[in-house]
Design a protein around this ligand. Structure first.
Ligand code: SF4
Length: 337
């Protein structure tokens, strides 16, 4: 843990802009988690309001590296007009293979206030976004909740997606109930040993499973509208890793047994040995076709037929989800059979 002054001075935002007293009280409760930070499972205990920094190196206010309409997500998230994606800087994990490491680990971005964030959401909605997609939100839930309250009070109507690495605090998630429509968490590992070695996360499996169960409790299985765009629900993501490091079989068994067969799963094949992974044994190559096909076989064995599968490319190029409207995993399988 690193204690020190944040690079970008920040301070507690004013809550007077929140009209509804109940919502203001909720946001106050969320910000109290920063006093001795327990916003995520790391529980660093630093006082972020006083400028102390924990593992995520983040003060009170979030930093964003970019926001835009994004078309690379799962079909019901990107849809035809794009997902209104906000990329937050820094992260509470530190994955050797992170493809976004300049943002997640070098913290490239600018500090924003909750009111500026709310204005960004409204701008993205006006540009036609199907949803607001909050990427890497786990370490900054209090200001994000604040921004959502402001945006809803200002008329934001589209669904909000919580797009996280899955290392989330159940207590924080409970504060988000009713404010998040779609949860899109990773389930990266089924082994704490590999989670610690590769992502520097203690107890990932326990915290991750508890978080995903809470997400499902709040929003239920995935619900699409007539155009196939997500309105509500849970999509679990798993990135297939080389050498079985992600432990997909056990994760698939957990999804089947504890979340249910109706759970939408997004199986991703885009692993590439970037960042520190390029120099680490077991992490230093893309997945093989056999690893990809074994992961698909596990999906079918566990009868997880709702969801989306990235296509495999031996060049690790052109990894893409099928175009919007291509249907569910079950339909894709029928087409390719
Ligand atoms: S959000 Fe997590 S990583 Fe960041 S300071 Fe709080 S407990 Fe530590």
């Amino acid at each position: 843990m690193c204690r020190g002054r944040p690079m970008v001075p920040d301070s507690m935002p004013d809550l007077d802009g929140i009209r509804d007293p109940g919502s203001r009280s909720l946001v106050e409760r969320a910000y109290a988690f920063l006093d001795a930070c327990v916003v995520c499972p790391r529980e660093c205990g630093v006082n972020r309001k006083e400028g102390e920094l924990g593992t995520c190196r983040t003060g009170v206010l979030p930093k964003i590296s970019a926001y835009n309409l994004h078309f690379g997500e799962e079909p019901p998230i990107s849809g035809t007009r794009g997902s209104g994606t906000v990329f937050f800087a820094a992260c509470n994990l530190s994955c050797d293979f992170c493809q976004n490491f300049p943002i997640s680990q070098m913290d490239y971005g600018r500090g924003v206030t909750p009111s500026r964030l709310a204005a960004i959401y409204l701008e993205l909605e006006a540009r036609g976004a199907h949803n607001i997609n909050l990427v890497t939100p786990s370490h900054i839930v209090p200001p994000i909740l604040h921004s959502l309250v402001l945006a809803r009070e200002a008329g934001l109507r589209i669904p909000v997606v919580y797009n996280s690495n899955g290392y989330d605090s159940v207590a924080m998630l409970r504060l988000l109930e009713g404010w998040i429509d779609i949860y899109l968490p990773d389930m990266k590992y089924s082994s704490d040993v590999w989670a610690r070695k590769v992502s520097k996360a203690e107890g990932y499996v326990f915290y991750n499973r508890a978080a995903v169960e809470e997400m499902l409790r709040q929003v239920g299985p995935l619900v699409l509208d007539r155009e196939g765009i997500a309105r509500r629900g849970l999509i679990v993501r798993h990135l297939i890793m080389p050498n079985g490091l992600g432990g997909w079989e056990k994760t698939a068994g957990f999804i089947h047994g504890s979340l249910g067969e109706a759970t939408a799963v997004s199986l991703m094949a885009q692993y590439f040995p970037t960042n520190r992974a390029a120099k680490k044994p077991l992490l230093d190559r893309p997945i093989t076709r056999k690893e990809y096909e074994d992961a698909l076989e596990t999906l079918f064995q566990e009868n997880l037929m709702e969801g989306y599968v990235q296509e495999f490319s031996s060049e690790c190029e052109d990894m893409a989800f099928p175009e919007p409207g291509d249907g569910t995993l079950a339909e894709q399988e029928t087409r390719s059979a």
